[in-house]
Ligand binder design. Structure first.
Ligand code: PGA
Length: 260
């Protein structure tokens, strides 16, 4: 597991975008795992800039998103399908039929989850998965206690997650109480994982995930057992880490990624 500590959220976004752009250039028909939330917004803006100014080509890219609220449709302005369309897909040359987001309005939600797992397998598995992290250490909607071998399924959201996500809704009571989410086991099968985090509100979860014991109580700590995971975080999010980690400059000099 690698940890890169960036100076700020802007640098974190550029470093993460650079990693994804590099992988897309190397494998144009790459299968991306994508995330929603406040953290990836600037990274997606940077990918859009790279598409427009540097010709980064998404025409053969396939994507699978981590999760979706249960009970709301893809047209709902707080659905994750809507988020992905407005924050990324509408601004790049990705083929929308290659973009997969779980259907929160599926008549049979359990069947929808099973179909999603099958589609990931049929696509050859996820090459690189983007993750955010919850203040409670969750990845996707795998809340503390989610089994390490869990698959895409219906999950109950914790009070903390509902409160954290209330900022996107008019009222906390509007936040769905359940979601469809890739499982920890689904995520761990990605060939490469990049977790991004900024803000001090993530510092405690990151210190437990990176320097604490591997436990299902802190789902992101499970990533310690993954062979190719990079945490790209900023100094605010790193404030509780005890060890010293690489800066983006050090990573670039080793032929890794770089920040313009
Ligand atoms: P955020 O959410 O990017 O909005 O902070 C991340 C998460 O809960 O996984």
């Amino acid at each position: 597991m690698k940890v890169i500590v960036c100076n700020n959220s802007e640098e974190m976004s550029k470093v993460a975008a650079q990693i994804f752009a590099d992988r897309i250039r190397k494998k144009p028909n790459i299968v991306l795992g994508l995330a929603t939330g406040g953290t990836p917004v600037k990274m997606y803006k940077e990918l859009i800039r790279m598409h427009k100014e540097e010709g980064l080509d998404f025409s053969k890219v396939v994507s699978f998103n981590l999760d979706e609220y249960l009970g709301i449709s893809g047209n709902h302005h707080q659905s994750y399908r809507y988020f992905m369309d407005t924050n990324l897909f509408n601004h790049i040359n990705i083929n929308k039929s290659n973009t997969h987001v779980l259907n929160g309005k599926a008549k049979d939600a359990a069947a929808e989850c099973k179909t999603y797992e099958d589609a990931i397998k049929k696509a050859g598995g996820i090459d690189i998965q983007l993750l955010g992290i919850g203040g409670n250490g969750h990845i996707a909607f795998n809340e503390p206690g989610s089994p390490k071998d869990s698959r895409t399924r219906i999950v109950d959201l914790t009070k903390k997650t509902i409160e954290d996500n209330a900022r996107f809704f008019v009222d906390v009571n509007e936040v769905p109480k359940q979601a469809l989410s890739m499982g920890n086991g689904t995520i761990m099968e990605a060939k490469e994982i990049v977790l991004i985090a900024d803000k001090t509100s993530k510092a405690d979860a990151l210190s437990k995930s990176i320097e604490g014991p591997v436990t299902e109580q802190v789902p992101a700590s499970l990533l310690q057992a993954h062979k190719n995971t990079t945490f790209v975080i900023d100094t605010d999010a790193a404030v509780k880490l005890k060890k010293k980690y690489e800066s983006p400059k050090a990573t670039a000099s080793k032929g890794g990624c770089c920040c313009k």
